[in-house]
Design a protein around this ligand. Structure first.
Ligand code: NAD
Ligand code: IPM
Ligand code: MN
Length: 359
């Protein structure tokens, strides 16, 4: 039976990179490798401009009714002056919460061809293959109370709350341990247990949950050290599991190990296996509209979608192989450009992946 994909291009480079991902889906569909129907809807700034709401009810409903969602990116300077509740980012967070997408998988994998594209020495990053498992519907992003008030003194007071229920920690740890069982069986839980009670509990729950996984080698690291270790010796990590905000920050850091933030895909999954797939980068307003953004993170997000939500693992493998082949051919967008390679734009890169897929 045909699977339903909701496509949310969003803002900035979103429509440019999503167009290339759709080319890949169309190519697979044309040869009968997948059976999908695609529907488009608005989210983020584009939705706000259309109807004054960054997450229209129709978009959330369509997302709930789909097997998977493909998202480009949201946000940009145009919408920064808006009230907090109307900003594009609320649309994205509303989708994550509304679909219950608590498990965010962010694989930092270095294609060997890009060892020279990283700002780190190639011997530090070559062979890199880390899975960051980020909790996505809790923590300080969603904790209450939150807000900004004016105190009696007249000074403003802003606050957010970092809080987790034991059950939320347990389920994200399980996701990390299950993934690790299919990989190197090593999990590093990243916290700030020396300072924050909630993450002291996180650590305890991580240890208790690991009792069901005797083969998993569990370690713990404070987030400040973890960010340093990611740059110093990233290959020490197999799977990392952490809170919403720590995972956001660490995954941007890990992206640079793979050559560029334009290379890192993601999957956000709920308990039913429904998922939203998006590159980890944002709408890149500084390069939007110029046809130079790297579409590979989005194309690799499609591979994750086929693998995790659409039961099409073989097609997913083929996309990843096609990306590798294009890199072998020496094609590079500006962000991963290095000496002797041929610089191409967004569309040319997408076309090359499609051609490699067909070859
Ligand atoms: P960003 O990730 O958009 O950009 C950071 C830098 O990386 C920029 O220099 C950009 O040009 C570059 N970059 C990002 N993606 C690239 C790609 N595919 N190819 C080449 N270069 C790329 O982060 P930012 O500048 O902090 O945020 C811009 C806007 O995006 C903000 O409104 C932010 O809220 C939003 N944002 C959205 C998402 C999302 O939709 N998931 C994620 C992060 C940021
Ligand atoms: C990401 C982004 C989002 C986040 C923002 C845009 C809400 O940075 O997907 O990494 O912080 O989760
Ligand atoms: Mn981020």
């Amino acid at each position: 039976m045909s699977k339903k994909i909701l496509v949310l291009a969003g803002d900035g480079i979103g429509p440019e990179i999503v167009a290339e991902a759709i080319k890949v889906l169309d190519a697979l569909q044309a040869e009968g490798a997948i059976d999908v129907t695609m529907e488009e809807a608005l989210v983020g700034g584009a939705a706000y401009d259309d109807c004054g709401d960054p997450l229209p009810a129709a978009t959330l409903e369509a997302a709930k009714a789909s097997d998977a969602v493909l998202l480009g990116a949201v946000g940009g300077p145009k919408w920064e002056p808006l009230h907090f509740s109307k900003r594009p980012e609320r649309g994205l967070l509303g989708l994550r919460a509304g679909l219950g997408l608590f498990a965010n998988l962010r694989p930092a994998f270095l294609y060997p061809q890009l060892a020279d594209a990283s700002t780190l020495k190639s011997e530090v990053v070559s062979g890199l293959d880390i899975m960051i498992v980020r909790e996505l519907t809790g923590g300080i992003y969603f904790g209450e109370p939150r807000g900004v008030e004016t105190l009696e003194s007249g000074e403003r007071y802003g606050y957010n709350t970092l809080c987790y229920k034991e059950s939320e920690v347990k389920r994200i740890c399980r996701v990390a341990y299950d993934i690790a069982m299919k990989r190197g069986k090593r999990v590093c839980s990243v916290d700030k247990a020396n300072v924050l009670e909630v993450t002291e509990m996180w650590r305890e729950v991580a240890i208790e949950t690991a009792a069901d996984y005797p083969e998993i080698e569990l370690s713990h690291m404070y987030v400040d050290n973890a960010s340093m270790q990611l740059v110093r010796a990233p290959k020490q990590f197999d799977v990392m599991v952490t809170t919403n905000m720590f995972g956001d920050i660490l995954s941007d850091c890990a992206a640079m190990l793979t050559g560029s933030i334009g290379m890192l895909p993601s999957a956000s999954l709920n308990a039913e296996g429904q998922g939203m797939y998006e590159p980890i980068h944002g709408s890149a307003p500084d390069i939007a509209g110029r046809g130079i953004a790297n579409p590979l993170a989005t194309i690799l997000s499609v591979a994750m979608m086929l693998r995790y939500s659409l039961d099409a693992g073989e097609a997913a493998d083929r996309i990843e192989a096609a990306v590798s082949k294009v890199l072998d051919q020496g094609l590079r967008t500006g962000d991963i450009m290095s000496e002797g390679m041929r610089q191409v734009g967004t569309a040319e890169m997408g076309d090359a992946v499609v051609a490699a897929l067909r070859a």
